[in-house]
Design a binder for this molecule. Structure first.
Ligand code: AHM
Ligand code: MG
Length: 329
């Protein structure tokens, strides 16, 4: 007799039972993120049909005000998390300051960071995009900002949702990485990719090569070497959505790079909403992540929207980059 598939909800509950002191707050937060993801997925999938895209505050055929999908996604995340009363602080890539939380969250024991819809340039053209999130325990004192500005290695959970040919929810609580695929017929995420491990090396390198002339010598020499690698033929893949590029490389192996250049002197990606969650996941899957000088998860954030160079993926390719960086700068 075949067993019924493991749903994300059941998986979370079974994980919670492994922690006898758990009171369910964390599971509730994660459940709510998964709920928001289903709503966002639904809107992303029908985006072309209902002309929800375009400038914010346009009207649909029912005369209702429409929003851009990234603003919509931001609101859905907040609407899902705030009512839990468990989140003392939130920060979103879409908002300049901390997300205001309602009073019932003041005692909340967790802080959440998220990029509600990453891959903005791909939203209007039907190319895979995603939601990224990270969850921290509240910092000891009452400073909410401090709870959000913790090092990535303090994350208790990180995950992403990819809205691709199917919708997938991938997350880790520091005990391996698991992926769940949304079955739209039952409206549930079902365990499809248990215990994901990134291969030791891959054949894919992902970098926006139009920045070549602005790169440092280290990155230029690295890419030249990769293209003429003595042992295997690499191929380039660049979707322009971190979630999609990362997800592919996580499953197939390889490296994703958004390094610093003369225009983006600190790279383009944000430490809190993009680099830290993905770095936590890749390390849990057996890979590596660096800014070229230090492990991403060791960086002490100083502001909500700071950027960082990001090089992450299979161990072999990331270690090789560090050698080139060391040699050429
Ligand atoms: P966004 O937060 O505005 O969506 O930008 C982040 C995205 C990443 O998903 C992607 O890796 C990168 O920007 C692509 O940048 P570029 O357009 O320079 O290739
Ligand atoms: Mg983003």
């Amino acid at each position: 007799m075949s067993t019924s598939p493991m749903s994300l909800s059941r998986f979370m509950l079974e994980e919670e039972r492994k922690h006898p002191k758990a009171v369910g707050d964390f599971t509730l937060i994660l459940e709510q993120i998964a709920f928001a993801a289903k709503i966002i997925s639904r809107e992303v999938n029908k985006a072309g049909l209902v002309s929800i895209l375009g400038a914010a505050s346009t009207h649909n055929i029912h005369g209702e005000t429409q929003q851009k999908l990234d603003l919509f996604s931001n609101e859905e995340m907040i609407k899902a998390l705030d009512p839990t009363g468990k989140v003392c602080a939130m920060a979103s890539e879409e908002m300049d300051d901390m997300v205001p939380v309602s009073d019932k969250n003041l005692e909340g024991r967790y802080a959440v960071v998220f990029d509600p819809l990453d891959g903005s340039s791909n939203i209007d053209v039907n190319v895979s995009i995603g939601t990224i999130f990270g969850i921290y325990k509240r910092a000891n004192d009452n400073d909410c900002l401090k709870s959000l500005l913790q090092k990535g290695k303090e994350l208790v959970c990180a995950g992403y949702v990819i809205y691709g040919s199917s919708t997938m929810f991938v997350y880790t609580t520091g005990n391996g990485v698991n992926g769940f695929t949304l079955d739209p017929s039952v409206g549930e995420f079902l365990l499809s990719h248990p215990n994901i491990k990134i291969p030791e090396y891959g054949k894919i390198y992902s970098i926006n090569e139009s920045n070549y002339d602005r790169w440092t010598k280290g990155i230029q020499e690295y890419v030249k070497f990769i293209k003429n690698h003595p042992d295997r033929q690499y191929t380039a893949r660049w979707i322009g959505s971190l979630v999609a590029d990362f997800h592919r490389n996580l499953l197939k192996g390889g490296v994703f790079l958004y390094p610093e250049d003369t225009k983006n002197t600190k790279g383009k990606l944000r430490l809190l909403y993009e680099a830290n969650p993905m770095s936590f996941i890749v390390e849990q899957a057996g890979g590596m992540s660096t800014n070229g000088r230090e492990r991403i998860l060791d960086i002490q954030p100083t502001s909500l929207h700071e950027k960082t160079p990001l090089i992450l993926g299979s161990k072999y390719e990331v270690e090789l980059y560090l050698q080139y960086r060391e040699k050429y700068g």
